[in-house]
Ligand binder design. Sequence first.
Ligand SMILES: C[S@@+](CC[C@H](N)C(=O)[O-])C[C@H]1O[C@@H](n2cnc3c(N)ncnc32)[C@H](O)[C@@H]1O
Length: 260
Amino acid sequence: MVDFAYADRSLAQWYDLLNPWGPGDDFSLDLVMSAASVLDVGCGTGTLLHRARALGHRGRLCGLDPADGMLARARRRTDVEWLAGDALSLAGGNRPGPVFDLVVMTGHAFQVLVGDDELRGALAAVRAALSDGGRFAFETRNPLVRPWERWTPDRAVEVTDTDGVTVRVAHRVDLPVRGDVVHFSETFSGPDGARPRVSRSSLRFLDARTLGERLAGAGLTVEEQYGDWDRGPLTADAPEIITLCRAAPAGTRRAPGWGD
Ligand SMILES: C[S@@+](CC[C@H](N)C(=O)[O-])C[C@H]1O[C@@H](n2cnc3c(N)ncnc32)[C@H](O)[C@@H]1O
């Protein structure tokens, strides 16, 4: 299910303005540029793979996203493969052919995997899409710093496009937050609050220990973990859980023992 705001084309046009290139993108770009073949799951508007190709990446670049609006923008570049579908579709009709050296999920796309079954299926699909020894890189926000507490309407942001049109985006979290899934709304409106359009989303905030268990269950071994984009340590007050893991060869996987 894509209940993500940017499934809608008219809202997707605002995504890159609201989420400009940042240090996380630089971090991911370095990984992409040093991998021969890359799958970007939840690629959004395709900015990362666009940039990699523009910088001379010669290998296979493939982006996957279930949101039409986002993918329409990604497809502006035709020298990258684009697949419509969610992470689970990788294991079904959307098998993207030969395996990849690197799978990435950037921009906290990993957190859209909310349900246990969805997470388990997506991780299995990622593992299946990787070569033995291939790497999976992604980040998820650290639940210990409770970032959703700052997603309040008084912190709304405004951006203006090249035609001078301004949009205001305000977040409101459903309270109280119970468990590790945060449900919230995003309201897109004119600067004066005119013509509001409300979209609802849910994101999961896995803690580092649980995350490690889920990855191990899928045959993905955590090799590096950082708390910020400068590769600082993962501490209790670090903003991110940035994880690089490696696909264990088939036959060496730990039996999945979670979520049952
Ligand atoms: C926050 S955006 C990140 C986009 C891009 N990776 C970036 O860094 O800008 C999350 C993306 O995940 C996609 N998405 C939503 N549900 C998904 C799923 N089940 N599997 C894969 N991608 C999904 C959304 O359509 C959206 O483009």
